[in-house]
Design a protein around this ligand. Structure first.
Ligand code: SF4
Length: 440
């Protein structure tokens, strides 16, 4: 029996791509091996959003040299965003001769053929297409990470060209799936026992299928599917979010009361340099509308610190917007120049020392707000969809509230009786990044 392993870096799009790749490998008769260094085929699904992801990837690639030396039949594959950049493929070809197959974000359906060719000819395989998102979802049978929840792509690629971001170059221009196909896929998932779907796109708010259906239309259609209990989506863009979509939080009972709404900076001057196409007044107007329609909505965000040219005054404005919105959680990053993006050649790159100090100050503010917000949950009872055994303790379970709060809790029930079900949990302790509780 041949085995495979997939190492996945990056976002949920990559996670879902890895589910599709796993499905293709299992259809070829491969079974999963937990250790990437012992599998017959290992796939590294890469992320290119930050420089440290690049460095980590090349470090991992180096470790496989020994595996190849000891096992000439071992097949090493690289996919994801990194190979969409020609200089990366050139580096792999020159310095990492033990990489057998390299394929791009839009070549996943071709992977079985590339693997067959590698196995029959022994020759290295390369397949990268550029700027032409090919929708292959209907050909895929993903091997899902969870039985009760599923990732569902609704758009591919991105048209926004934020000046710091590599994604439009690695995933091509935006394309929306046909609404009826998305609905059909989710109906099948529901029949298979899936209760929660996460609708995925780089910018879900700009979803528009060939028949003119909007993202709000899609949410309403998914809300009508029997068996689906929770709908989530990722990621929203403040420039494209519509009032009709915001109103879905009132009209669609299955839409979770949670939104990830990247702000990136609290300075209008920096937002302009980032090419974000909204200002802080518009952003705050959206937040106020969301809270008016859905008072208990939880809001998370992304923030980049030390974007080129960011002054102390700009940074203070980021702190101010964080305090004004009071985010439940935030992904905070120090700006990382990506080769080929406009911002990488902007003058006034911020020295590391200043960047790290600002980052630490921001994290302190965000964490104290997260803890304050989590303390409001203490002694209250919430519905928690149970995901599995807790990573913190074997005798506890982990799940999510409707608002996406991570809850670790105890219960007398066996894993087979509780995982994938929704239970009531009393919160006994609030931490910065999670809640603890007991089933009631
Ligand atoms: S919206 Fe901006 S940050 Fe998001 S993927 Fe597109 S270019 Fe990147």
């Amino acid at each position: 029996m041949k085995t495979y392993n997939i190492i996945t870096y990056g976002c949920q799009m990559n996670e879902h791509d890895s589910e599709n790749i796993a499905g293709l490998l299992e259809a070829m008769g491969y079974t999963h091996e937990d250790d990437a260094f012992k599998a017959d085929v290992t796939v590294i699904n890469t992320c290119s959003v930050r420089d440290n992801a690049d460095k980590r990837f090349f470090g991992v690639l180096g470790q496989f040299k020994k595996v190849r030396k000891n096992n000439p039949d071992f097949v090493l594959c690289v996919c994801g965003c990194m190979p969409q950049q020609p200089h990366i493929v050139e580096k792999i070809n020159k310095q990492f001769s033990w990489v057998d197959i390299v394929f791009g974000t839009q070549n996943i359906a071709q992977f079985p053929q590339l693997l067959e060719q590698r196995l029959t000819t022994g020759r290295r395989q390369r397949a990268i297409v550029d700027n032409n998102p090919v929708i292959t979802e209907d050909e895929m049978k993903p091997k899902r990470m969870y039985r009760h929840k599923a990732l569902v792509n609704i758009t591919y690629g991105c048209n926004n060209f934020c000046t710091y971001c590599i994604v439009p170059y690695t995933r091509g221009r935006e394309k929306s799936r046909v609404m009826s196909e998305v609905v059909r896929e989710i109906e099948c998932l529901a029949q298979d026992g899936v209760k929660e779907v996460m609708l995925l796109g780089q910018n879900v708010d700009s979803y528009r299928d060939p028949a003119g259906h909007s993202f709000a239309d899609l949410i309403k259609a998914v809300n009508d599917i029997d068996g689906i209990e929770r709908i989530r989506f990722m990621t929203s863009h403040p420039k494209d979010i519509s009032d009709e979509m915001i109103d879905c939080f009132r009209t669609c009972d299955k839409l979770c009361h949670n939104i990830h709404l990247p702000v990136q900076s609290g300075s209008d001057r920096i937002l302009k340099r980032m090419n974000r196409h909204y200002d802080t007044a518009r952003y705050l107007e959206i937040v106020d509308k969301l809270r008016a329609v859905c008072p208990d909505i939880t809001i998370s965000t992304d923030i980049i610190v030390a974007f080129p040219g960011e002054t102390e005054a700009d940074f203070e404005e980021t702190l101010n917007i964080a305090k004004r919105v009071r985010y439940d959680s935030a992904f905070t990053f120090i700006y990382s120049p990506r080769k080929g993006t406009p911002a990488a050649s902007f003058p006034e790159q911020i020295p590391d020392g200043i960047a790290h100090k600002r980052f630490d100050r921001l994290v302190d503010v965000m964490n104290s707000i997260s803890l304050e917000k989590n303390l409001e949950y203490k002694d209250k009872v919430y519905d928690v969809l149970v995901e599995g055994v807790s990573k913190n303790a074997d005798d506890a379970y982990a799940g999510r509230t409707d608002g996406f709060k991570l809850v670790n809790f105890t219960s007398d029930r066996k894993p087979e009786d509780i995982i994938g079900t929704t239970v009531k949990v009393r919160i006994t302790e609030s931490k910065t990044f999670s809640l603890e509780g007991v089933e009631v």
